[in-house]
Design a protein around this ligand. Structure first.
Ligand SMILES: *Cc1c(COP(=O)(O)O)cnc(C)c1O
Length: 398
């Protein structure tokens, strides 16, 4: 652990990797068999084990979640000049691959029940595109911070328009809706195993689908699109997107611990909820009816008269105490990168959006599955002090 000069306190991270100790066994196996390669037995095993865990036909292990989104869009035929609808309230990786293919995103607002894609705004966007005679090629719906979007409604709307859905479940592995795993509702689902996610391979991703032909096509595109021929024949452009055998080994051990990781993150959330849930001005990200969030990050907003600036004051104070915390994602429709692109608000007018409101008042607190209770008490103590400074009703200590 790094220690800041002048403090004796270890840094508390937002969402650090959490190794189970069993990873080394799989890594050793890769070394023993000399499969230090972007091929090898751990890859197929990791794919099968993950597919079995989430109850889906198959999975293709790739180098990142971003690569998986890129492949899904490509498999759906997205190309230059196309439109793809995408959640606005998300990390930039949800939308970047749309541009890789020369297509343009149109962003969709969030709604209060889930903080995720608003079915109302989605419907409005699809109506508008139908009027213009150009339906989007796909919809990318994100399950932010582990909380599920309203998938029954969103799938219903998209099916009516005949537009396929990609679920960006990079943050929601292990979250469910009516006991069904996130990522399995759309035509494709995407997971990430980046170092900050609920399980990690240090870097990696997974594309999942009920369509095993599509997954074979994804594996083909991810290995430079080599046709069957000893001399390396190519008839279309591919990518170098496969996951390495060593990393897939780490993934196998991490997957074994996933249930525990979900429980641990939910327990972290619960402790924050116990400390601040009774405060009127604080709202935690909701868990919509029938859904169960992995609570990848505990996210909350602070609203109300006199509390403008409270969220950023908390971030500043946590920073001074060597604690890593973050504002909520800045909506993509507000990013300079996407200046001028289309946006559909949850409200009648595009002047105001729900996701902007979240961004202006929200923060994520340290939520690692390995966050020690005494460290979490330190976080709660700092937040609590700032809230008191704002005159908020005294919060309960842990
Ligand atoms: C992490 C993340 C991604 C990208 O995953 P990488 O593996 O880092 O490429 C995509 N979307 C969301 C919502 C993410 O949080």
């Amino acid at each position: 652990m790094r220690i800041l000069p002048g403090t004796a306190m270890d840094r508390i991270y937002l969402s650090p990797p959490h190794m189970s100790g069993k990873e080394q066994h799989y890594i050793d196996e890769a070394f023993r068999s000399n499969w230090i390669a972007p091929a090898g037995p751990h890859i197929a095993a990791f794919e099968e084990e993950l597919a079995r865990y989430i109850h889906i036909e198959g999975a293709a292990a790739v180098s990142s979640g971003t690569a998986a989104i890129h492949l899904a869009l490509r498999l759906l035929g997205v190309e230059r000049g196309d439109i793809v609808l995408c959640s606005s309230f998300t990390f930039v990786a949800s939308a970047n691959p749309i541009r890789y293919l020369g297509a343009e995103p149109v962003f969709i607002d969030s709604e209060p029940d889930t903080w995720n894609m608003s079915p109302i705004a989605l419907e409005r966007a699809l109506e508008a595109s139908l009027r213009e005679g150009k339906l989007p090629k796909a919809v990318v719906v994100v399950h932010l911070y582990g909380g599920l979007a309203k998938m029954a409604e969103i799938m219903g709307i998209c099916n009516r328009y005949g537009v396929p859905v990609i679920e960006d479940a990079a943050e929601s592995l292990g979250s469910t809706y009516c006991e069904r795993q996130s990522g399995t509702f759309g035509h494709f689902g995407v997971f990430s195993f980046n170092g900050n996610k609920i399980i990690t391979t240090s870097g990696g991703g997974m594309l999942i689908s009920h369509d095993s032909d599509a997954l074979n096509r994804a594996r083909f595109l991810a290995t430079q699109a080599r046709d069957e021929a000893a001399h390396y024949e190519h008839s279309c452009a591919g990518y170098n997107y496969r996951m390495s055998n060593v990393l897939a080994g780490i993934g196998r051990a991490q997957l074994e611990a996933l249930d525990e990781r979900v429980e641990a993150r939910r327990a972290v959330y619960l402790r924050y909820y116990e400390a601040f849930g009774h405060l009127e001005e604080i709202s935690f990200m909701p868990e919509w009816r029938g859904t169960r969030s992995n609570r990848w990050l505990t996210a909350l907003t602070i609203d109300g008269m006199g509390y403008e600036g409270a969220a950023s004051a908390i971030l500043t104070e946590l920073g001074k105490n060597n604690i890593e915390a973050r504002p909520l994602w800045k909506p993509l429709h507000m990013q300079p990168l996407f200046h001028g692109v289309g946006f559909f608000s949850h409200y009648e007018s595009n002047e105001w959006s729900y996701c902007e409101q979240l961004f202006r008042s929200g923060i994520c607190l340290p939520s690692g599955s390995n966050l020690a209770p005494e460290d979490q008490s330190r976080v709660v103590g700092v937040v609590h002090d700032v809230l008191n400074r704002y005159g908020m009703a005294r919060s309960r200590a842990l």
